[in-house]
Design a binder for this molecule. Structure first.
Ligand code: GLY
Length: 492
């Protein structure tokens, strides 16, 4: 009964409002992914974070300390540009699990941010309230939440200059020697304007958002699809200079800025259906995916020449993966879907997931700016989870009945690595149909190892790999609705 209820809740909360993502999956691509394990890991890290911040809902995690792996306390204020992400992740965890626990926490962390809708000292109102109140409103339809979105949109709109045709991103307190800086990230905050404008039928907010996106398209984008981080204008809207602050140098390509461009223009197309924005999104996406290193996660700047500062940016990868799923939903171009899956698979590996490391974040290896890499961030985690939700929606896969509903447990095989023969162990607490399958490293099925009904009890199964070559293999055990995957290494 509980399972049925959860499946219903999932379809109500996730699948229906996001019909945008009800697409067919491109054929010929391995669908072998560890996302269910990732969700479990995410829950674990959220619990770790909640303990760390003592369930204090005025603390909004932003990034971790490189040495301790704990969230930096000095950056948890409401005024940080990142304050909305943790609340958004809590909402998304509620979407996935249907657990009241997550909903209560999401409510607390969201409602602590009400005053952020009136912060007018920068352009980040969208990040602060759209990811908290916006996601919460989508899920709960609470009218007071929508009123906060309206306040936020009005606040943001006051930073728009018709002469420049853009919102001013930063004020002088940012320490930048600039007159009217507009940053590529600012595109993301347009979602608050577009969304509110659509719900209220408000042309004023809509026009500001369109005009800003047009200005960004004209001045941030380069002909090869890469982007500048900052364009500084004078008061008449003439360009003073173009450069990057968080990336390597004036003409370099800061990876997270590029990710914001992919996401931002894709989102602008969602609301406007303006072909120019779709083309910009595709150009930015093609630059991003066409310049990735072998493991699909970019260095913090695509053009950083100095090896020792060339740290990875998992956040840029996660933002782009989520954006690429949406881009696929608009274009039906399978390369976007496949690139997103490649990125998510990479992020789900031990290199980027904090499975064996102490970080309180879900993902490791993000970079804040040049020279400050190897940290976890709440925004990498937010977009990573959002991307997984989008993947599940596109592929029509329900989430597993995780944590609270477990009636099946799988241990790691022993020995591992192994030579020819190893044994897997699992236990079951109710009558369930069990299927055990062996896969190769790319997710292709090799054979079914066992398929039969099981009574409650503890079981083991020997896997004989004498006919298989040396390498990585996977096995999955499906028990009723529950499924778990494990990796093993065969050495001949
Ligand atoms: N929006 C600030 C950053 O991406 O670092």
């Amino acid at each position: 009964m509980k399972i049925l209820y959860k499946a219903f809740l999932f379809s109500l909360l996730v699948v229906l409002p996001c019909s945008l993502f009800s697409q067919n999956v491109p054929q010929g691509k391995s669908q072998f992914l560890f996302f269910d394990d990732v969700i479990e890991h995410t829950q674990k890290k959220l619990h770790q974070t909640l303990d760390e911040i003592r369930y204090n809902s005025s603390m909004h995690p932003s990034h971790t300390n490189r040495e301790s792996g704990m969230w930096e306390e000095a950056y948890m204020r409401r005024s940080e540009w990142t304050s909305g992400f943790f609340a958004g992740t809590l909402w998304n965890m509620y979407r996935i699990t249907g657990e009241e626990f997550w909903r209560e926490l999401a409510t607390d962390w969201t409602e602590d941010l009400e005053s952020a809708a009136k912060f007018n000292f920068d352009h980040d109102t969208g990040f602060r309230v759209m990811n908290s109140y916006g996601v919460g409103y989508l899920i709960t339809s609470k009218r007071p939440y929508f009123r906060v979105l309206i306040t936020g949109a009005q606040t943001l709109s006051t930073r728009f200059s018709p002469a420049v045709g853009a919102i001013k991103s930063w004020d002088p307190w940012h320490g930048l020697d600039a007159t009217y800086p507009v940053i590529i990230d600012n595109l993301m905050n347009l979602e608050l304007l577009f969304y509110t404008a659509r719900e209220l039928n408000n042309d004023h907010l809509y026009d500001i958002a369109v005009r800003h996106a047009e200005t960004s398209l004209e001045h941030h984008m380069r002909p090869d699809g890469s982007t500048y981080h900052i364009v500084d204008f004078n008061e008449y809207g003439e360009v003073n200079s173009k450069f990057t602050r968080q990336g390597y140098g004036p003409n370099s390509v800061w990876a997270r800025g590029q990710a914001w461009a992919v996401y931002g223009f894709t989102m602008a197309y969602r609301f406007t259906r303006d072909q120019r924005f779709l083309e910009a999104a595709e150009a930015a996406a093609n630059y991003f995916t066409g310049n990735l290193p072998e493991d699909f996660v970019p260095y913090y700047d695509f053009l950083e020449p100095v090896r020792s500062v060339r740290t990875k940016d998992a956040s840029a990868a996660a933002i782009t993966a989520s954006a690429l799923f949406e881009l696929y939903s608009h274009t039906s171009k399978s390369e976007y879907f496949n690139s997103a899956v490649n990125i998510l698979n990479a992020l789900s590996s031990e290199n980027y997931l904090s499975i064996h490391s102490k970080e309180s974040s879900v993902l490791r290896q993000s970079t804040l700016h040049r020279g400050l890499g190897n940290v976890g961030t709440s925004y990498a985690d937010y977009y990573f989870l959002e991307a997984i939700i989008r993947y599940k929606e596109i592929t029509h896969q329900p989430f597993p009945q995780i944590a609270a509903n477990h009636t099946f447990y799988l241990e790691q095989n022993f020995p591992n690595p192994f030579n020819n023969s190893t044994r897997i162990f699992y236990s079951i607490e109710e009558y369930l149909d069990v299927e055990i399958t062996l896969y190769d490293a790319s997710g292709r099925k090799i054979r079914t190892l066992r398929r039969e009904p099981h009574a409650p009890g503890t079981y083991s199964l020997e896997i004989n790999a004498s006919g298989l070559s040396t390498g990585v293999y996977f096995y999955s055990v499906t028990a009723g609705n529950q499924r778990q995957l494990r990796k093993m290494v065969h050495i001949k």
